[in-house]
Design a protein around this ligand. Structure first.
Ligand code: MIC
Ligand code: SF4
Length: 774
């Protein structure tokens, strides 16, 4: 056991480099002219440009048209990685042969931990089952100087908020909910491992300058309405694609009524609308949160910067700054919302939810309630849920269904333990799971009487609800709500219950109605550190550390470089599969039991696209070979790979929605996929594909999706020229049908000059290795 007293966080690496950023902001002002009004997101982002002059003036009509046009080459301040994605990120970083990471970085062991019987049993078992992987991550962290947060320490986004996020910081995280840190005024962007490697090796990280969506908040929250409801309602308005290419910048008088952790919840779930990131302006609640998480040193500096009235104020938008789009939300009239099932943008106001249950034939019974996770496990969230539990207990009620609580970090858990919140939950029959992702990422082994295939409804305070995500059962409907609503629904046990108006009959026959929840925002006596075993290792590199990957391991495998692009267009590709409907990264590379193989590309590739529905037949994971024989999708891909046939996938809108998992790009590449032709892509996934050397093309006319089918033979026309010219020109695909006829389909691409370089080299990593050698 490490003594807690000897733990000293590295203040220097945790403080954003404010002097440097302010100097950069001056430079940005010089380039753009001092009368130019900038949004907050622009200020922070542009202050992280490698070369402001070049980025802001080229392709932008001399700086007038930056958003949506400029290619920003950015130098983030820090990187965070979670255990599932860190394996690939580190395996890629290791091929660069550098002694340490160029920027401070952290690893968080959270995804590989199951939620079943409670933290005491689940954590040691998960550590045992994943020992090889955790040892690999820990030794690599030690060698390269990365702070390592062991299993049990907490979920990446909560730990980042408590320790690393800060106003004005720019960071990358290998997880799509990295924007959580925007609640504390940081620009935090979710990326694949190969992107994280850019920052780790000090290569500029490229991003097409996002447009800015201003969300103006008016009024203030009260009663049952919570920050979660703001983003649940907004997701309904924007849909899962509405934020693509945008940063969501919250502003307006309503901001002051929100707690820092509430703002983080809203930024976290901005990932569900496809936004590049979300952020909040500096607020007094940032000061109180920084102070209570032992970071007065940052609070003081940030406060000084934010109170400056000069145009060089890095932490506030300029007066009159213009947003590309604007939405106004009145917090005073906002009611709780419930989103789902199966998609986070199907948003129903609570007052009409019972009607929706009937008209959609959703299950009447709630089969489990789960609160916490990276989205909603703040002190305030838990205290408000506790308040409801206390009200119900006083009336003699117990939850009508299984009730699970996932604290987001050891700091939260220990503090809630000290303040008796956890014992309130446990006395009521709740089960406190490990400080980890658990049920949110398919690591939920259900012990109730629901079997695979049974239709059932669960309520969670999580952020995502794709089919099969939590328990591997495609018939489990996950309804997303605030922790308060989830708690109330767990007591009622029926999906048609409205806690604002309806009553529950107590054992003594009385009618009980909940009062609106209340709860402290921050702990009166500060946060506890908790178990010292869960503290991070130091970030000082130790070059003599051995990082072991056994050649016979089925969990870890060193990476082999992909072959470079041929010196001509692609010919003889075949359509492996034509996907219909939603195709998320969960569809392309499922989690749950597969999380085990995140560090072993050949093994995890056996799950490629197994959730995808066949456009011709509606079957899931049934692929047809040219001779009509059927198999699973990964089996056909492997067979074609063995026969030397390269392939493409055809898909509909928002292909790759959801997570940052780069396995969804690496696996197709590994199995011989060269092109994905879709109606549209999700941002992180589109970049991940390019980084791994797969070409993402979109239909110029969406209807052309109808003109191409499985097993058609495809050649590209113009692709090689586009790659050679750094992204100029267009690509056509020539489709040869089985009957010999030909169709030509026009496509669009978003390849930048750098990205063309990745594809020509075979992958971004190949290019990086080449550059480091020369
Ligand atoms: C998720 O919430 O889907 C995950 C699991 O955290 C993923 C990361 C991964 O797949 O490795 C994410 O959000 O990026
Ligand atoms: Fe973990 Fe779920 Fe948060 Fe992803 S969304 S980081 S799986 S808790």
């Amino acid at each position: 056991t490490k003594p807690a007293a000897s733990y000293k966080p590295d203040i220097e690496s945790r403080t954003p480099p404010y002097p440097k950023l302010l100097k950069r902001l001056h430079e940005v002002r010089r380039v753009l002219g001092s009368s130019r009004q900038l949004t907050l997101a622009e200020k922070i982002l542009y202050s992280h440009l490698d070369n402001p002059e070049e980025a802001l003036l080229s392709n932008t009509d001399n700086g007038l048209n930056i958003r949506g046009n400029a290619n920003l080459k950015l130098k983030p301040d820090r990187v965070a990685m979670q255990d599932a994605s860190a394996q690939m990120a580190l395996l890629q970083f290791m091929t660069c042969n550098l002694p340490s990471t160029a920027v401070p970085a952290s690893i968080h062991c959270d995804h590989m931990i199951v939620g079943e019987r409670g933290a005491d049993v689940d954590l040691p078992e998960s550590i045992k089952g994943n020992k090889e992987v955790f040892d690999f991550l820990e030794s690599a962290a030690k060698k390269y100087g990365i702070e390592f947060w062991p299993p049990g320490a907490g979920i990446i986004h909560q730990t980042v908020l408590e320790n690393y996020a800060a106003p004005g910081l720019m960071m990358l995280g290998t997880d799509s909910h990295t924007p959580n840190a925007g609640g504390l005024g940081a620009i935090a962007i979710g990326v694949g491992g190969a992107d994280a490697v850019d920052a780790l090796v000090d290569a500029p990280w490229e991003l097409k300058a996002p447009k800015i969506l201003g969300v103006r908040l008016e009024g203030q929250l009260s009663g049952w309405a919570s920050p979660k409801d703001v983003i649940l309602a907004l997701a309904g308005k924007l849909t899962v694609r509405g934020g693509t290419g945008y940063i969501i910048e919250y502003h307006g008088p309503g901001v002051d009524s929100l707690s820092c952790t509430g703002m983080a919840t809203m930024c976290n779930m901005g990932a569900e609308v496809g936004a590049t990131t979300s952020l909040f302006p500096f607020s007094t609640r940032h000061i109180s949160y920084l102070e209570s998480t032992h970071r007065r040193y940052i609070a003081l500096q940030a406060q000084t910067i934010a109170s400056s009235s000069s145009i060089h104020n890095l932490l506030r938008a300029d007066e009159g700054a213009h947003y590309d789009e604007e939405i106004t939300i009145d917090l005073s009239t906002l009611e709780p919302h419930i989103n789902g099932p199966f998609t986070p943008d199907l948003s129903t106001p609570l007052s009409v939810f019972s009607k929706a249950v009937k008209s959609n034939n959703w299950p009447e019974t709630v089969s489990a309630g789960l609160i916490g996770s990276c989205t909603n496990s703040s002190y305030q969230d838990m205290r408000r849920a506790e308040d409801l539990v206390k009200q119900a207990s006083a009336a003699g009620l117990k939850p009508a269904t299984d009730f699970f609580i996932t604290p987001g970090s050891e700091q939260i858990r220990a503090t809630l333990d000290r303040d008796s919140t956890l014992s309130t939950f446990e006395d009521a029959g709740g089960i406190v799971l490990a400080n980890a992702c658990g049920p949110c990422i398919g690591q939920w082994k259900r012990t109730d009487n629901i079997s695979k295939g049974d239709s059932n409804a669960i309520f969670t305070s999580y952020n995502r609800n794709f089919r099969g995500r939590n328990d591997g059962n495609p018939e489990t409907m996950n309804f997303l709500a605030s922790p308060e609503i989830v708690t109330a629904m767990s007591y009622a046990g029926t999906t048609s219950f409205n806690p604002l108006t309806d009553t529950i009959t107590t054992p003594s026959g009385d009618l009980f109605r909940f009062s609106p929840p209340g709860g402290a925002e921050l702990p009166e006596f500060g946060f506890e550190t908790g178990n010292p075993d869960f503290l991070p290792t130091s970030g000082a590199p130790s070059p003599s550390t051995q990082v072991v990957v056994s050649p016979t391991s089925d969990r870890l495998a060193l990476l082999e470089p992909f072959a470079p692009f041929p010196d001509h267009d692609l010919h003889g590709l075949k359509v492996l599969y034509k996907v219909t409907g939603k195709c998320t990264t969960d569809t392309i590379s499922a989690a749950g039991p597969w999380l085990k193989y995140k560090g072993h590309l050949p093994n995890i590739s056996a799950n490629t696209l197994i959730g995808a529905a066949n456009a011709a037949t509606g079957e899931v994971n049934v692929a047809y070979d040219v001779d009509g024989s059927t198999s699973g999708i990964p089996e056909l891909a492997q067979k074609w790979k063995d026969q030397g046939i390269e392939w493409l996938v055809v898909a509909e809108d928002n292909y790759g929605e959801g997570s940052a998992r780069e396995h969804a790009a690496l696996q197709p590449r590994f199995l011989g996929g060269r092109v994905i032709l879709a109606k549209s892509f999700a941002r992180i996934h589109e970049t991940n594909l390019k980084k791994q050397g797969v070409v993402p093309l979109t239909f110029a006319n969406g209807e052309d999706y109808e003109k191409i089918n499985a097993c058609d033979e495809v050649s590209t026309e113009g692709l090689y020229d586009v790659l050679k010219s750094g992204g100029k020109g267009e690509v056509k695909v020539v489709v040869k049908k089985k009957d010999g006829s030909e169709v030509v389909i026009k496509t669009k691409h978003t390849l930048s000059e750098d990205q063309c370089g990745f594809i020509l080299a075979g992958s971004a990593l190949n290019l990086l290795a080449k550059m480091k050698r020369t």
